[in-house]
Ligand binder design. Structure first.
Ligand SMILES: NC(=O)C1=CN([C@@H]2O[C@H](COP(=O)(O)OP(=O)(O)OC[C@H]3O[C@@H](n4cnc5c(N)ncnc54)[C@H](O)[C@@H]3O)[C@@H](O)[C@H]2O)C=CC1
Ligand SMILES: C[C@H](O)[C@@H]1OC(=O)[C@H](O)[C@@H]1O
Length: 253
């Protein structure tokens, strides 16, 4: 039990990596507050799975692109559980689109959800942790795409580099409060975000062929690394970025 009686908040946790991280935290003894955008059934299922593990859970609806969502989420968690120990910024979108004719609204929505949303959420969680006075752990779900590009992801990869950079800067800003800030950099993980993209058989085979461990990732592959960074096992880890990609990044030839 690495997170016994900790309170963990996860954004975008009605499915995919966020849901796996929320349930993974509960498996390690945490009570969990999840933010979700619109998938009521997915959010209810995450709550039910956490409660089945004997932990408490709440689901709070909100669009992370709206500034006020962040404080409302933190307030709801504090009202339910009394504190915030761990904050996982996970919510994100990746509407694949070519560069030369990128619609401004697609670019701006991606920035607002992935980067602005992360900024306001992390700020709200950090203020709560500072007020509590006993430190905390913040983890951003960045991406291998913080380090490498994607021709159909010119609006997306800068947001992932941005949240990685945000963790580096907040690690400095919040170190004196005992708040650690790190990012995980997933490779290609099969979730709703890339269902359509990976439906292309040739693309799917190319992507899995690039991975030394021989398979695409699953949401649960992120749960362990996130729980580790959240836990006291990572007490002296801050400003770090952990690739969770089956070895894809280092596979040049
Ligand atoms: N699946 C992959 O290959 C990779 C995913 N990531 C990142 O992991 C994170 C989670 O994505 P996945 O689980 O893969 O996909 P997903 O589509 O299953 O999950 C994304 C979650 O974010 C939520 N969300 C989207 N817009 C939101 C908004 N405005 N407000 C609140 N919630 C919102 C969605 O409802 C969903 O629950 C994202 O930040 C993504 O960029 C990073 C690297 C690889
Ligand atoms: C959604 C993509 O399949 C996925 O997102 C990322 O961040 C990875 O780099 C993959 O491109």
């Amino acid at each position: 039990m690495l997170l016994k009686d900790k309170v963990v908040l996860v954004t975008g946790a009605s499915g995919g990596i966020g849901k796996a991280a929320a349930i993974g935290a509960a498996r390690h003894g945490a009570d969990v507050a999840i933010n979700y955008h619109s998938d009521e059934a997915g959010a209810a299922d995450a709550v039910a799975q956490i409660e089945a593990l004997g932990r408490r859970a709440i689901a709070v609806k909100g669009d992370v692109a709206q500034v006020e969502t962040a404080q409302a989420f933190v307030d709801a968690a504090v009202e339910a559980f009394g504190k915030v120990d761990v904050f996982v910024n996970n919510a994100g979108i990746c509407p694949f689109h070519a560069f030369l004719d990128m619609p401004p609204e697609v670019m701006e929505r991606t920035m607002k959800v992935n980067l602005f949303g992360a900024y306001y959420m992390v700020q709200a969680a950090a203020n709560q942790m500072v007020k509590q006075g006993h430190g905390g752990s913040i983890i951003a779900v960045s991406s291998i795409s913080a380090l490498v590009g994607g021709g159909m992801q010119t609006h997306y990869t800068p947001t992932k580099a941005g949240v990685h950079s945000l963790m580096q800067s907040t690690a400095i800003a919040l170190g004196k409060h005992g708040i650690r800030c790190n990012s995980v950099l997933p490779g290609t993980i099969e979730t709703a975000i890339n269902k359509e993209d990976l439906a292309d058989v040739a693309k799917r085979e190319y992507m899995s062929g690039r991975i030394p461990l021989g398979r695409l990732g699953e949401p649960d592959d992120l749960a362990g690394p996130i729980v580790f960074l959240a836990s006291d096992l990572a007490n002296y880890v801050t400003g770090a970025a952990l690739l969770v990609d089956g070895g894809a990044f280092v596979n040049l030839q």
